[in-house]
Write a protein that binds this ligand. Structure first.
Ligand SMILES: NC(=O)c1ccc[n+]([C@@H]2O[C@H](COP(=O)([O-])OP(=O)(O)OC[C@H]3O[C@@H](n4cnc5c(N)ncnc54)[C@H](OP(=O)(O)O)[C@@H]3O)[C@@H](O)[C@H]2O)c1
Length: 270
């Protein structure tokens, strides 16, 4: 990926901040000396500096002043305080990107100087292994170039999609919370394998790689999941008996409710 010329500040160097820095460096879109990471914990910053070789600081102001792209990765409850404390250091042509769940563009634009370019991104934890899914929504002052650079930045940790912000609670409920649902599915499938006599480690490997393969089939063939399911289901074969058990257990309703409940909660947090 071709390198961008801007300097980047990561405000909040926890799990997601660390993940984003890893992706930026691994993809070559930014070099370590272009990135400044801030965090209140000197111990955390030691870890980040040792791992990535980026600049680090406990002072959000100096991180913001050193950069033109400011990626806010603090917890949502810290958002207003952090913006209030750094807004004097934000220049009119800086790009503010927030990955904070539930913190709306309207709120952020209200906390920042009029005309500040603000983009909201909802990534997920598989970004750690370059298989993330990031939804991107643009604020009212964002240029096409700023949107495009944001897509490039988050493409460094997986796929991106540009969406209207009204869908962000659903995105949070589906692709941000979803990995937790799928880990439970993988664990349960592996339990089934163990019950059928497979060693635990083998069962987990089979379940995880099969899940990865099924997801790739959906994305790469473009076929509807129902068609792909039919392809696996031989008349009077084994899969159809397994599907009957799944339907008896209410798997569809359960997963639909998992997503809608997480979406409802995302709306409450916002
Ligand atoms: N984890 C996910 O799956 C996920 C997915 C999508 C979006 N997000 C969003 O990403 C954001 C970060 O999540 P996370 O999982 O990375 O959380 P996290 O690991 O807790 O990281 C947040 C970091 O921000 C630091 N921090 C606190 N106050 C700060 C301040 N005033 N200035 C600078 N840094 C400060 C925290 O330090 P202390 O721990 O010392 O307070 C911590 O290191 C959240 O808003 C979350 O909604 C997370």
């Amino acid at each position: 990926m071709s390198q961008i010329s801007n300097k980047i500040a990561i405000i909040g160097s926890g799990k997601m901040g660390d993940t984003i820095i890893s992706g930026l460096l691994a993809s070559g879109i930014a070099k370590a000396d272009q990135i400044t990471a801030s965090d209140p914990s000197a111990k955390r910053l030691d870890y980040i500096k040792t791992k990535h070789g980026v600049h680090v600081t406990t002072d959000n102001h100096s991180a913001v002043k050193a950069a033109q792209i400011l990626i806010f990765c603090v917890k949502p409850q810290n958002a207003e305080g952090v913006f209030a404390s750094v807004k004097e250091s934000i220049e009119s042509d800086d790009l503010v990107i927030s990955i904070m769940a539930g913190v709306t563009l309207r709120k952020m634009e209200g906390w920042l100087p009029l005309g500040t370019s603000v983009i909201r991104v909802m990534p997920n934890t598989p970004s750690q292994v370059n298989a993330g899914m990031s939804a991107i929504a643009r604020g009212s002052s964002v240029s096409d170039d700023q949107l495009s650079v944001t897509q490039r930045l988050f493409s460094s940790v997986g796929r991106t999609i540009v969406l209207d912000e009204k869908h962000f609670d659903a995105v949070t409920g589906l692709s941000a919370s979803g990995p937790a649902f799928i880990y439970i599915v993988i664990e349960a499938l592996a339990d089934g394998g163990v019950k059928s006599g497979l060693p635990r480690e083998t069962a987990i490997e089979l379940a995880a790689q099969m899940t990865l393969g099924a997801a790739k089939m959906v994305l790469e063939t473009g076929k509807h999941p129902a068609i792909l399911k039919d392809d696996v289901t031989t008349p009077a074969g084994c899969t159809t008996d397994g599907i009957l058990a799944l339907e008896e257990g209410g798997v569809r309703v359960t997963l639909i409710k998992a997503v809608t409940e997480a979406t409802r909660r995302a709306g409450e947090l916002g």
